[in-house]
Design a protein around this ligand. Structure first.
Ligand code: AMP
Ligand code: GLY
Length: 423
């Protein structure tokens, strides 16, 4: 089977690495890809949201399945684009159509979906510029800290958590009236603050059957001890030690099942990964958010723990018989540590030569923001590499990732040395 993967990060390199291992894979393409995917597949320099260019590539190369990494093409309707095109409609797209992608594209929609299907989540109300005064009044009824969420996609930056009531009101106005996050904050969801420890659960579904994939925990802040600015993710651990069988039973019954049943009741065409961001409050799970894709860097620890043939799994998703697949897991813990460009998530320099990757023997080096220039690997983004290792527990796996990182270098390379500190 010829397969196209859309995206260019560590998540997509991991998908490529896994799909390349399948005997069912004939030709593998990645658009646009990175230096890591270039070594095991064919990179094609087209954007993930350039649907006409993707169509041409799919037809020219006789692609038989498209696996979508990031949310943007899904929210913009790539699945619908395929279904509505006579030449493309028989080619499966792994990732929901717009009716499902809106779970990530609109926080208000996601909250309404959860309310409709009794999925536990923080209490909330949503507001627009017209209802600004009502928003102030709602804030006054809550205890600090105040959680303000831009309704639309804001590149992971649209959530503000503010301790002071007056400051929260100012920010609410900034979002609604002064378009702090552009159109994404035309509407703002204000939520009750939940205090607990976060983790993510990943589910693969054909819209009816589903498989709950391993849990993972990512480390979003740039600084050690979870301080400083939010990033795309500085590392991840799977499985999450505190997500024991009893807790996961609650997640399954109260969250995963009603979510999948909700897709059916609402006639949402969902074939793909569901990323459920959870918070554990006094041993009870609540949903913080849905994403309609895998997480990055969570993919770099979840996928390497799956023993099944990925093409078989994704074909079952496309054909609606995922109940035929039995998940087989590597029992070991996997960790990944992300090496970033100095300065990230603020301004940083690109184009730095990366050395030592080939000296790493005990870990898998997934590329994120890299590109090839001749035979040289250069940095080309904030998150540059994700170094994944296995171990009998997270400490052992992390020790291996850190030892491997010692062998790699590029100018102003930075990574967090304290992953797992809170476990
Ligand atoms: P989101 O983009 O919805 O995942 O929110 C970003 C981050 O804000 C989450 O990972 C949480 O750390 C935090 N957060 C979001 N909603 C809440 C909430 N209701 N209570 C506490 N923290 C929250
Ligand atoms: N690591 C968080 C995300 O992928 O959204």
């Amino acid at each position: 089977m010829n397969i196209l993967i859309l995206g260019s990060g560590g998540r997509e390199h991991t998908f490529t690495w896994k799909i390349a291992q399948s005997e069912k894979t004939t030709k593998l393409f990645v658009a646009p890809g990175n230096a890591g995917t270039a070594k095991i597949a064919t990179n094609v320099a087209i954007s993930v949201t350039d649907f006409p260019a993707i169509k041409k590539l799919v037809l020219d190369e006789k692609i038989e399945m498209v696996v979508v990494g990031p949310e943007d093409p899904l929210v913009q309707g790539i699945h619908d684009f395929f279904l509505n095109d006579n030449a493309l409609k028989s080619i499966p797209v792994i990732g929901p159509d717009k009716s499902g992608a809106i779970l990530e594209g609109s926080k208000e929609f996601a909250k309404e979906f959860m309310a409709r299907h009794n999925v536990p989540t923080a209490a909330y109300q949503s507001f627009t510029a017209k209802s600004l005064e009502a928003g102030y009044e709602f804030l006054e009824t809550l205890n600090p800290p105040y959680v303000l969420k831009a309704d639309g996609l804001a590149a992971g930056k649209g959530v503000l958590i503010i301790n002071d009531l007056e400051e929260a009101k100012v920010e609410l106005k900034n979002m609604l009236v002064d378009a702090k996050f552009g159109n994404a904050s035309n509407k703002v969801v204000i939520e009750e603050f939940l205090s607990g420890i976060e983790l993510s659960v990943f589910v693969l579904t054909d819209g009816k059957n589903y498989i709950t994939l391993p849990t993972a925990k990512d480390y979003k802040r740039i600084g050690e001890g979870d301080t400083g600015l939010n990033t795309g993710g500085m590392g991840a651990i799977s499985p999450v030690p505190f997500a024991d069988a009893e807790f996961m039973q609650k997640v399954e019954e109260r969250i995963v099942k009603p979510t999948i049943e909700g897709f059916q009741k609402d006639e949402i065409n969902y074939k793909g990964f569901v990323f459920i961001g959870l918070i554990k409050v006094d041993n009870e799970p609540y949903v913080i958010e849905y994403n309609v894709r895998m997480g990055d860097p969570e993919t770099e620890v979840v996928i390497p723990r799956i023993k099944n043939d990925m093409v078989t799994m994704l074909t079952a998703v496309a054909e609606g018989n995922l109940d035929s697949v039995k998940l087989e897991l590597d029992k070991r813990t996997a960790t990944t540590v992300v090496a970033v460009s100095g300065g990230y998530p603020e301004a940083y320099e690109k184009g730095k030569e990366i050395t030592g990757i080939d000296n790493v023997t005990d870990s898998i080096v997934f590329h994120a923001g890299t590109q090839l220039k001749g035979d040289t690997v250069l940095s080309s983004g904030g998150r540059v590499l994700a170094v994944t290792s296995y171990g009998n527990d997270f400490k052992e796996a992390l020790a291996t990732s850190y030892a491997s990182l010692e062998k790699i270098s590029f100018d102003k390379m930075y990574f967090r040395k304290d992953l797992g500190f809170d476990l």
